[in-house]
Design a binder for this molecule. Sequence first.
Ligand code: AMP
Ligand code: MG
Length: 404
Amino acid sequence: MIPLEEAQTYVLAGCERLPSRFVGVAEGRGLVLAQEVVADQSVPPFANTAMDGFALRAHDVAAASPDAPVVLRVVGTLAAGTAPTRPVDGGEAIRIMTGAPMPPGADAVVMVELTDLADDEATVAVQAAVPPGNHVRHPGEDIEPGQTVFEPGEELSAGHLGVLASLGIDRVSAHAAPRVGVMSTGDELIDGPQPLAPGQIRDSNRRTLLALVAEVGAEGIDLGLVPDTRDDLTAALTVAAGRCDAILTSGGVSMGAFDFVRVVLDELGEMRWMQVAIKPAKPLAFGRIGSTPVFGLPGNPVSSMVSFELFARPGLRKMMGHAEWHRPRLSAVAASDLRRHQDGKTHFARVVADVGDDGRLRVRSAGGQGSHQLAAMAHANALAVLPDGPGVTAGEPVGVMLLR
Ligand code: AMP
Ligand code: MG
């Protein structure tokens, strides 16, 4: 067996960042920037009001109070999207709506709730003194021209797209989302709802892995359930290597496998067959067909998911241009015993994580921990990392990877 870190380092070394190209910001969500973004303009672009109210000179209302309001002449109205046509002089105010530009001469806004507009709208009684700059949003307060707003390696989130839009940037250089082919193999597998013949089971890994690929932000390509023959596998993997940026197979990589997957992968590619000191997901094959990385994930449903988490997801994130490849490890408290036996492996227990009354993250077992027990994995939102040894008892700290 090899340590997890060694296997992860080997896999990551075989995954290269995909080239970048310009994409429309509208299609950019989830992609990773390949460029720095430097602002060439201010956001906000001009001084404007953060409140509905009256733009005025702070000095004019310095003595205002609810008992002794100061009355100003109302000399206009400014809605958002209109430009001021006249300044505010001493003793004057302009009615102003949130987002409207500050008129010249005014240096503060009093919110409408602290004013009383006369019925004829010719004057307003201001009931409070305000400091200069009150409720004024200054140009560049969010972003200044020349400022580096984003660095390469940042994922384009909803907020990023909004910032780009507010800077008038509609195209950016980003890394391509990898096209990831997902294939199931194994003579026992069938697809669909028809009754099972003796010995058959339904293919679940392909559904799961395609969903995990989508969650990571890559484009899944369903390569189907490939019959376990040399010719079928050779044809399917050859076509896949030509059209995909990475390939995920499941099944046929464990010690006892009769499958042709191993034979064919060795013929077509440069593969390394590993036994990783983890449970579940000990067997792993990784290599390349041509330049296309191939992840040979184990067949047991929980193992294939955990293997995806520990190897394929980091590899795909590297290909996507992300700066961080692994899930962060957080510290939690075990809310129930998470026992295990000593076997030289790190165990990844399927757990449900939530926040306890004390505000701390806590985890409890999500159910059956067998590598075929996918239902517990489906309910789990985290993996508890149990180093070799007896495990942890309730109340003890435990490291966790949050899956969602
Ligand atoms: P293998 O890695 O091929 O030895 O398979 C290990 C276990 O996983 C066996 O019980 C297989 O039947 C099961 N298995 C393999 N592929 C799949 C799949 N696509 N969906 C569900 N179970 C699978
Ligand atoms: Mg098999």
